[in-house]
Every structure is written in C-alpha cells, then in structure tokens.
Design a protein around this ligand. Structure first.
Ligand SMILES: NC(=O)C1=CN([C@@H]2O[C@H](COP(=O)(O)OP(=O)(O)OC[C@H]3O[C@@H](n4cnc5c(N)ncnc54)[C@H](OP(=O)(O)O)[C@@H]3O)[C@@H](O)[C@H]2O)C=CC1
Ligand SMILES: O=C(CO)[C@H](O)[C@H](O)COP(=O)(O)O
Length: 481
C-alpha cells in the first residue's frame, strides 16, 4: 500500500480536519503520500488546501462518496473526529461506501470498549478496523506523533509503511508499533493520558510549593524548571512548563498569574482511573490527579471555604538551593511511582483482557512524539530489557536506587507542605503508595478482622491453611468456614 497515487488515487484518507486531522494529513502529504481529505464542514477542507495544498498531493472532497472514490484500493481511512458518537456516525457512513478488505483507522481518543465494539461492527461488515491512539497534539501530529495502533493485525501490517513513516523516530526506531487486539491501542493511549494527568499534577504541585512556601515568581520558577530539564526530569512537559511560566501577557505580567485556576478534562484520565478501580490496581497518582482537577473546578466553593476555613498565613521561606533541589527530588520520586502504577495497570489489563502487551514497547514508542516524551522513558525501556516480566518498575535496580536516594527529600517536602497547608495530593499519595508497597506485612489483618466481625466475611490465617470465622457475638470460638 504505497504511492499508488501515481495512478491518480490517494494512498490514505483523513476524515476530520480539525487540529489533529489537518496536521496528520499534512504530515502524510509531506512524507510523499497522496492524501484524500474530507471534513463534514467543507470550509475546513478548503482552508487546509488553501494554506497547505502546496505541501504535497492532496485529494480534497466535498462528500464522502467522492472521498472514498479518490482512494486507491484496498482503501485506508483515518477517522480523526470528536470522540464518541461522531466516530460511530462516520464509521456507518464509511461502511456504506467501502468494500470488503478496506480499512478504517480510528485515530481519536476513543474509549477502548467502544473500539472493541466498533471492531466487531466492522468485522460484521467485512471491513477491517484499527483503533489507533495518537499522541503529540498539534505539533506532534504534524512533525511526527507517537502512534499506538491496535485491532486487526493484518490490517495494521498493510498501513504500517505509511503510519510508521508518519510517526516520529527515536534512535532510528519509529514511535509506532502494533499494540494488541481489539481495543488495546486505545487502552494504551488512555493510560498514556492518565500518566500525562499525573505528571502534570505533580508539576503543578511543585509549582505551588515554590510559589506558596518560597514566594518565587513565575520567571524564577521558569528558570528552575529549565535547570531541571537538564537533569533526570528532562521531558517535554518540564520544557513547556518553563515556557508557560516565562510567558508574559500584553500587560507585561506573567500570563500564568491571570489564567483561571480551573482545570478542564475531556475524559481519558477519568477513564484510566475508572478502569484501575475495576481492575483493582492501585493507581493512586493518576486518580488523585483526576480528583485534583475536579476540586479545581469547585472554584466558588473554594472561595467560600478560604474565608470559613482559614489557615495561618504561610511564612515565606528563603528559597534556599537545597530546599528547591528537595522539591525536584520529590517530583522525580513521585513521577517514578506514577509511571510504575500506570505500567502495572497495563500489565494487569493485558492479563485480564488477553492482549499480550509488551510493556517495553510502550516505553519505546513513548520516547518521542507524545506529550509524556521524556529521557526517563529510556530508563523504563532499559528496565524491561533487563526483565520483561518485571512486576513493578520500583523493583528495578535503577528506579529502586532513584527513589531510595530521593526518599529523605520526598518526606521533608511533604512534611513541609502538610505543616503549611499546601495541598500536594499526588506527591503524598505517591509516597503513601511507596510506603504501603515496601511493607511485606501491612495492617489489613485488622481490616479482615473487622469484616469478619460485622459480616462473617471470613479471614485466612498465617499459621494454617483455610478460611475461618470467629463467632464474635456468640461464644467467641473460631470455626473453619
Ligand atoms: N487536540 C489534541 O491535542 C488531541 C486530540 N486527540 C483526539 O483526536 C480527535 C480529534 O481531535 P481534534 O483535532 O482536537 O478535534 P475535535 O475533537 O475538536 O473534533 C473536531 C472534529 O470533529 C468533527 N466532528 C465533530 N462532530 C462531528 C459529527 N457529528 N460528524 C462528523 N464530524 C464531526 C469536526 O467536524 P466539523 O468541522 O464539521 O465540526 C472536526 O473535524 C479527538 O478524538 C481527540 O480527542 C488526540 C490527541 C491529541
Ligand atoms: O490526547 C491528548 C494528548 O495526549 C489530548 O491533548 C487530550 O485531549 C488531553 O486531555 P484533557 O483535555 O483531558 O486534558
């Protein structure tokens, strides 16, 4: 499936030409592919062709019939529309036009269970379906995103020569690989976004600590984040944090100080947390990040609470180098926990849903193009290269050494935050997870006793096999259940 446009037909189609679709279409055209383009509202198509039509071979259409007719057979169409019902509508419209063996690729942020359902729907219509997570935002879509295709493997193999060329490459390896069957590609994208939520929440907490405890202004914090980018924390999110903090508005003041403190969300972080709860995986950092966005949304309530629930004014501390370094170390340790949790979630899902995910591949394709791209992902890839059965990243030597080294600073920063009333839910839940994880014997024995007391739910004993119940409200004797 390459360069059939010589015959006057396009190699690939892009349906949906908002930020992501238009940039993916330009990306493919710049790489030499003939690209059929279509959007419900034709103005977007016209704008794309007027502004960028000279970048490559575009085949614009005003309706879906002409769009499909402009594609070389077997056809391949990337749908890039708003997630949810629009995707179902577009699939139905395409099914009515396509022929057996043609391929539909959904490149949006679809819920993985929707993807599994759509896979079945297309299979019933003899159409091949690939659910492909795409990350990188506007710039990544154009310059080379990270791509997470799942579903029909044979269909993926057919589009691979195109999509692996569209994806960015790191050290010569494309950030695109087949992930697994049915909804696996969109599942992995969902967890990517969950980790993105946690990573951003941790950065936000570091910002709040520097601002509230040390009185640092945006420019000073921008310089600190720029320094951090030179070390272990080197990542796209740290880089853009420095850029956002450095930006001034038309008044000359830092833009960030005028942005409303309410975080919005489209749903992928919430889906990650919901799925973690369903699977019973302790994904605390991502879940706290979702809740922190929800709390940020209660702006009026927070305004009222600030008046009614006062806290002693925080005495601004001297921004001593060692204390700022401690925040950096706490951020790094918490970030390791967040990624460890996200990777465990993918491992559990892989088992539960029979996907056979290769976790090292996720680290490999997230090294470039995507929003969470970071030097750190090389370390994760190396950890899975050392042990592809690794049950938790924190048990890998590199990550164990990193958290052990950061531990004192991590604790000090959280103590300081708690003493001064600065909310650090992701920092502190990450540390609580770490402390819970590194104890072979925790306190859930008491919890089991309580459950047995009120509900005869039984418990197991350390000293003998079987399940037991104590007749708490009768004669107090223990019986085998
Ligand atoms: N923006 C980003 O940074 C990223 C977005 N994504 C995902 O990629 C997908 C596309 O994102 P984005 O480019 O931001 O666009 P939007 O999510 O803003 O969706 C706009 C596009 O969807 C089309 N659309 C909306 N409703 C319908 C409908 N009922 N029927 C047909 N088309 C419809 C619009 O067409 P029209 O012009 O006619 O209104 C337009 O092309 C989404 O799933 C998004 O979550 C993934 C990674 C990053
Ligand atoms: O997929 C993405 C990046 O990888 C999108 O930018 C995503 O929409 C961001 O999520 P939210 O709007 O919920 O913050």
């Amino acid at each position: 499936m390459t360069n059939q446009s010589a015959a006057g037909l396009a190699d690939i189609g892009v349906l949906g030409l908002a930020v992501m679709g238009a940039n993916l279409a330009r990306n493919a055209a710049r790489k030499g592919f003939g690209v059929a383009v279509f959007n419900r509202n034709h103005e977007r198509t016209e704008k794309l062709i007027a502004e960028y039509g000279s970048e490559g071979r575009f085949f614009p259409s005003k309706n879906i019939e002409d769009f499909v007719a402009s594609l070389a057979k077997p056809r391949a169409v990337i749908i890039m529309v708003k997630a949810g019902k629009p995707v179902d509508d577009m699939i139905e419209d395409l099914i009515a036009q396509l022929e057996p063996d043609d391929i539909i690729i959904d490149g949006g942020n679809s819920l993985y269970t929707d993807t599994a359902r759509r896979f079945k729907r297309c299979e019933d219509a003899n159409i091949r379906f690939v659910g492909m997570g795409v990350s990188g935002g506007e710039e990544g879509a154009l310059e080379g995103p990270s791509m997470m295709p799942g579903g029909d493997r044979a269909a993926y193999e057919r589009i691979a020569p195109i999509v692996t060329k569209m994806a960015v490459s790191v050290d010569g390896t494309p950030c695109c690989t087949y992930i697994g069957p049915d909804g696996a590609g969109h599942y992995v994208k969902m967890v990517h976004n969950g980790i993105e939520y946690a990573d951003m929440q941790l950065i936000t907490e570091a910002y709040d600590l520097m601002k509230t405890l040390y009185g640092l202004d945006a420019k000073a914090m921008s310089d600190i984040f720029t320094d951090w980018k030179a070390g272990d924390l080197d990542s796209y999110l740290i880089e853009i944090t420095a850029a956002v903090l450095r930006k001034t508005d038309s008044t000359g003041k830092p833009l960030v100080d005028s942005i409303v403190d309410e975080a919005e969300q489209k749903g992928t972080g919430r889906w990650t947390a919901q799925n973690a709860l369903e699977l019973g995986v302790p994904v605390t950092a991502i879940t706290e990040a979702v809740f922190a966005r929800a709390l940020s949304g209660r702006r009026a309530m927070r305004g009222e609470a600030e008046k009614k629930l006062p806290h002693a004014a925080v005495a601004t501390r001297k921004p001593d180098r060692a204390e700022i370094d401690a925040i950096r170390d706490a951020l790094y340790a918490s970030k390791i926990v967040a990624y460890a949790q996200g990777f465990e979630q993918m491992a559990v899902a892989s088992n539960q849903y029979g996907w056979n995910l290769t976790l090292g591949d996720m680290a490999t394709i997230w090294r470039g193009g995507c929003i969470i791209r970071a030097r750190f992902l090389d370390r994760i890839k190396e950890a899975y290269d050392r042990d592809d059965k690794l049950s938790n990243l924190l048990l890998d030597d590199y990550f164990r050494d990193a958290v052990v080294k950061a531990e004192d600073a991590w604790r000090r920063v959280i103590v300081l935050a708690v003493q001064n009333g600065v909310a650090v839910p992701a920092f502190s839940s990450a540390l609580a997870y770490y402390d819970g994880l590194r104890r072979a014997r925790g306190p859930a024995n008491l919890l089991q006793g309580l459950r047995d007391y009120f509900g005869a739910h039984t418990y197991r004993r350390l000293d003998k096999e079987g399940s037991f119940h104590t007749r708490w409200s009768q004669d107090g004797t223990e019986v085998e259940a």
